[in-house]
Design a protein around this ligand. Structure first.
Ligand code: NAD
Length: 301
C-alpha cells in the first residue's frame, strides 16, 4: 500500500485516482474544482485543502493537469510564504506528472525538482477516458529507469502498459507523436465515413468493412466518430466527455513546436491542426470530444 497525493481530478485524473483507491492505496486528493473532489472523498480518499496539503506525508505525488502552464504553475509558482510546491515535497516522494505538456516544460520542472533533490518522471498516458476508467492506460515515461521501477506498481494499478521512452521529456515527445497520428487517423476515418454515407452506405456497415480491411485503425475499432455506430463512445452521447478538441489542438500545437525545433516535415499533422481549429471555430466545439471532427464533414443522417 502506497500513500499517494493526486492533483487534477478531471476526465482522466478522476478515474485514475479511483483505480488507485480500488487497488488499496491511500490517497490525498485535490482539484481546484471542489465538486470533483467529493466523489473520491466518498470512496475513501482524504480531501486536501490545497496541492501543498495533498503532498503531506505521501510516498508518490501524481498530477494530471490540462497543459504546460498549469504544470509549471503547480510545481514552480511560489505561494505567499515564497515557497513553491517542489520546495514543500519531501525528498523521498517520487513525483509523476501524467499531463500531456511540452517536452521543454517537462524538462524544466524535472530539473527544478532535481536541484531540490526530488526525483520526477514525465508519464503522459494514452488510452482515453475509457482506458482511465478501466485501468488499461498506456504510460509513456521519461526519466531515470530506477525511478520508473519505483513508479511501476502504482502505474500498474492505473494502466496495462508502461514504456520507458528515455530521459526526462522523452515521454512527452513520444506522446505528442502518438497524438499527431491519432488526429490524422481520426480525421481520415471521419472523412471516409462521411463519403460512404453520402454515397448511400450505412455508417455501421461501412465501419465493419473498413475495420476488417486495410483501412482498419484505432479510431474505427475503439472510438468510432459517427453517431450511433458504437455504444459507449462520445459520438453516441453528443460528443460529451472524452478527449476535448481544445486538448487535441494543444497537443497538435506541441507537435508543431517540436517539428519547428528540429526542422521536421509534418504536413499531415499541420493539416490536422488546421482542421481541428476550423472545427473549434465553426462548431464551437472546444469542449466537445475530438471525434466531433465528424461534424466538419457535413450532415449526419
Ligand atoms: P480535464 O480538463 O478534464 O482535467 C484537468 C483537471 O485539472 C481539471 O479538473 C482542473 O480543474 C484541474 N486543475 C487545473 N489546474 C489545477 C491546479 N492548479 N490544481 C489542481 N487542479 C487543477 O483534462 P483531462 O481530460 O483529464 O486531461 C488531463 C491531461 O491528460 C491533459 O494534459 C490531456 O492532454 C491528457 N490526456 C487526456 C486524455 C483524454 O482522453 N481526456 C487522454 C490522454 C491524455
Amino acid at each position: 500500500m502506497t500513500g499517494i497525493g493526486f492533483v487534477g481530478l478531471g476526465n482522466m485524473g478522476g478515474p485514475m485516482a479511483s483505480n488507485l483507491l480500488k487497488a488499496g492505496h491511500t490517497l490525498r486528493v485535490f482539484d481546484i474544482v471542489e465538486a470533483l473532489v467529493r466523489p473520491l472523498a466518498e470512496s475513501g480518499a482524504t480531501p486536501a485543502a490545497s496541492a501543498a496539503d495533498a503532498v503531506r506525508g505521501v510516498d508518490v505525488l501524481i498530477s494530471m493537469l490540462p497543459a504546460s502552464r498549469h504544470v509549471e504553475a503547480l510545481y514552480l509558482e511560489e505561494d505567499a510564504s515564497g515557497r513553491s510546491l517542489l520546495d514543500q515535497v519531501d525528498r523521498k516522494t517520487l513525483v509523476i506528472d501524467c499531463s500531456t505538456i511540452a517536452p521543454a516544460s517537462a524538462r524544466r520542472v524535472a530539473e527544478a525538482a532535481h536541484t531540490r533533490g526530488v526525483t520526477m518522471l514525465d508519464a503522459p498516458v494514452s488510452g482515453g477516458t475509457a482506458g482511465a476508467a478501466n485501468a488499461t492506460l498506456t504510460f509513456i515515461v521519461g526519466g531515470e529507469a530506477a525511478a520508473l521501477e519505483r513508479a511501476r506498481p502504482v502505474l500498474n494499478a492505473m494502466g496495462a502498459n508502461v514504456f520507458h521512452a528515455g530521459a526526462s521529456g522523452a515521454g512527452q515527445v513520444a506522446k505528442i507523436c502518438n497524438n499527431m497520428l491519432l488526429a490524422v487517423h481520426m480525421t481520415g476515418t471521419a472523412e471516409a465515413l462521411a463519403l460512404g454515407v453520402a454515397n448511400g452506405l450505412d455508417p455501421g456497415a461501412l465501419s465493419e468493412i473498413m475495420k476488417r480491411s486495410s483501412g482498419g485503425n484505432w479510431s474505427l475499432e475503439r472510438y468510432n466518430p459517427y453517431p450511433g455506430v458504437m455504444d459507449g463512445v462520445p459520438a453516441s452521447r453528443d460528443y460529451q466527455g472524452g478527449f476535448l478538441v481544445d486538448l487535441m489542438i494543444k497537443d497538435l500545437g506541441l507537435a508543431m513546436e517540436a517539428a519547428e525545433a528540429t526542422g521536421s516535415a509534418t504536413p499531415m499533422g499541420s493539416l490536422a491542426r488546421s482542421l481541428y481549429r476550423l472545427l473549434e471555430r465553426q462548431h464551437d466545439a472546444g469542449r466537445l470530444d475530438f471525434s466531433s471532427i465528424q461534424k466538419l464533414f457535413g450532415r449526419q443522417s
